[in-house]
Design a protein around this ligand. Structure first.
Ligand code: FAD
Length: 476
């Protein structure tokens, strides 16, 4: 069925395709809905924003998995929370608790829920991004839950990347054990000495020397590098050694390389505390001192680093955004409970108008954000990563801003207790604040959205001229 829906963000190619379907129908009854002569942008796309129906319904399979996941969280994860805190407060990564939970999740089919492109011989559910999104929301409420279902960052991103770019030998050695949840990985891009929001500046050198690649540089905030099972880093660095690198386009000068964590010359210098909290899996500073890896550790072609980074990012942002929305739902529920039971100045906090406004605004903003994320997931599934680029930037921005806003309101309602470890609010807020940098700061995503809008406006220049008024003498 073809439906007419105003498209929030136009994508020329899909609009063109749909227009081709719609235009012949114009003479058969749709003429009133379509302009007589559609305005066209430079690429020939219609100015009228039209697209096929956005269908956000989850498949029966996704609904069944959501029910199982909720049950698993209630029966096994939530009752383990106290134990998890006991171990992690003692500075021990609670593998003894997590590994049995992983085994149970896998036995129930709650495993690798995020990767639509899995082959038949790879373990997992092959859900679309849209079908996976609500599962990420459920996991998001407990920061360490995603690992139990083998859906945690940064490994989910590494698996996406290896699924796209690994050679059969690389897939066998690195992807297969990741998919089985036997090892972990990290993604090493950001550097202390370069503005990492602009990765064209990355200076870590990847130089070919005989049949090896040699890596030299310093990376930091590398999530997961201190995990006891982390076995390799995917390192993004600048190609050197061939002599003609500076003549290449800016986005063709970097490559990605698999570097085993036990390589000679690679050291984890420190686990950097984030807002005074040291996570056990780590956001680490790594130093590569002439680290040598064989030539077959390169991912894709030399110079393909940016293309690979783009391919890796889309689904990962849907995951982060939905987990953030899960955290907002938790904060809202806690805020409501607290407001209903706490009394001040003769009233329950819930009776104060400002608290009611915070609750209502949180509900509205969460629901708006969720729809935006589902739209991005739907577009990734139906039109691919390139078409979803702006949507993916938008949800990264909207969800991380929303997370700190809703968490902040909940904290205000809880008073001083919110700053203690007795609620999850302070820890979640700090994570939300970090989210506004990691995977690119807000401003970079705003720039992506603004560029898309200006591009569209340029292609339709003058289309709105009729809305502007010019002074004219009164008619006589
Ligand atoms: C908890 C955490 C985990 C992380 N995990 C990883 C990881 O696993 N792997 C990894 O490689 N990196 C990781 N990072 C690093 C993260 O990706 C970088 O912090 C991020 O890319 C920003 O780079 P930067 O910190 O160098 O900021 P900079 O690039 O120095 O930017 C600083 C500020 O400049 C401004 N700015 C930048 N560009 C623009 C623009 N175009 N327009 C307007 N203003 C602009 C923004 O206000 C921005 O916040 C992590 C960071 C954190 C906090």
């Amino acid at each position: 069925m073809v439906d007419l829906t105003i498209m929030p963000q136009p994508h020329a190619e899909s609009a063109r395709l749909i227009w081709r379907k719609l235009w012949p129908m114009a003479g058969r009854g749709l003429a009133g809905l379509l302009p007589a002569r559609p305005g066209r942008d430079k690429g020939g796309a219609p100015a009228l924003r039209i697209m096929a129906t956005m269908d956000f319904a989850n498949s029966p399979r996704s609904l069944a998995l959501q029910a199982s996941l909720r049950q698993f969280m209630a029966d096994l994860v939530l009752p383990s929370m106290a134990e998890w805190h006991r171990w992690s407060d003692a500075g021990v990564y609670p593998l003894d608790l997590i590994e049995p939970l992983k085994a149970q999740a896998r036995a129930l089919g709650l495993w690798n829920l995020f990767l639509p492109s899995l082959r038949d011989d790879q373990p997992g559910t092959r859900l679309s991004n849209l079908d996976y999104a609500p599962l990420a929301e459920i996991m998001g409420q407990v920061p360490w839950a995603a690992e139990i279902f083998n859906c945690n960052a940064p490994d989910s991103g590494t698996m996406e990347l290896l699924q796209i770019a690994a050679t059969p030998a690389q897939a066998e050695r690195w992807l297969a054990p990741l998919l089985r949840g036997e090892i972990r990985s990290c993604f090493a891009m950001s550097e202390p000495d370069t503005a990492s929001s602009d990765p064209t500046q990355l200076s870590t050198a990847i130089v070919q020397d005989g049949s090896d690649w040699v890596v030299s540089g310093r990376k930091w905030f590398i999530t997961g590098a201190a995990h006891p099972l982390c076995r390799f880093a995917v390192v993004m660095g600048r190609n050197g050694g061939a002599g003609d690198e500076e003549n290449l386009p800016e986005h063709a000068r970097h490559s990605m390389l698999i570097v085993p964590m036990d390589s000679a010359g690679l050291t984890v210098e420190r686990n950097i505390p984030v807002m005074d909290h040291q996570s056990l899996e780590g956001h680490c500073e790594l130093v590569f001192r002439d680290v040598r890896v064989p030539a077959d550790h390169l991912l894709g072609e030399p110079g393909a680093g940016f293309a690979l980074a783009q391919a890796r990012l889309g689904p990962g942002r849907v995951h982060h955004a939905m987990r953030s929305i899960g955290q907002c739902e938790l904060a809202l529920a806690l805020m409501c409970e607290r407001a209903l039971e706490r009394r001040a100045f003769g009233s329950r906090l819930a009776d104060f108008a400002n608290v009611g406004d915070w609750v209502a605004e949180s509900r509205l903003e969460i629901d708006q954000a969720r729809l935006l994320v589902l739209q991005a997931a739907w577009r990734l599934d139906t039109q691919g990563a390139a078409a979803a680029r702006t949507d993916v930037a938008a949800i990264k921005l909207v969800s991380s801003r929303l997370q700190t806003r809703v968490l902040d309101r909940a904290m205000q309602v809880f008073g001083a207790m919110s700053l203690s470890p007795d609620t999850p609010l302070a820890r979640l807020w700090a994570w939300g604040r970090a989210l506004r940098f990691l995977d690119g700061p807000d401003e970079v995503h705003l720039r992506t959205v603004a560029r898309a809008e200006f591009k569209r406006a340029r292609s339709q220049r003058g289309a709105n001229a009729a809305h502007l008024r010019r002074w004219m003498p009164a008619p006589v």
